[in-house]
Design a protein around this ligand. Sequence first.
Ligand code: ZN
Length: 198
Amino acid sequence: MQYYSNYIGKLVEELGRLPGIGPKSAQRLAFHIIGMSGEQVNALSDAIRNAKNNVRYCKICGTLTDTEVCPICANPARNHKVIMVVENSRDLAAYEKTQKFDGVYHVLHGAISPMQGIGPDDIHLKELIQRLQGDVDEVIIATNSSLEGETTAMYISKLIKPTGIAVTRIASGVPVGGDLEYIDEVTLLRALEGRTTL
Ligand code: ZN
């Protein structure tokens, strides 16, 4: 990296830490940023800093939001008796894009993975169980169809079953190992409509 100035080298290094950004992309982005106007660079760095400083977890569902309670949880038109459990805020966004789900969400921020040492206490499961003390008709488990997602789904269903609340799992129209955020809306809708009771 010596052939760059220290500043460019540092920028390439930091950009290269981002997911999906290899060394070549990091270089390309770094040179693009250097070529941007001072104003554009400020807007970008402000956006990063503001997002980091102001975004927090919704105190009800755990999704990333600017406010104490996210717009979905705060919306009285949503059906608060149906909770869809997703692994992360990106999956929530994928379902929101379909505009066909009128329930609310619960974001786990991960999935159970014995291989990676991630247990039930490491994801937002306690918060989900607390929510079930309220008036809830159905919990739809929409974790990914990876090994971790399936393990998490089984764990949650076992936890909820004794409460008498209906537990369903989205259909396997979602490809095995598939990341929800990359799946098209029609497939997501089919998965939701074809959900089965656990
Ligand atoms: Zn929320």
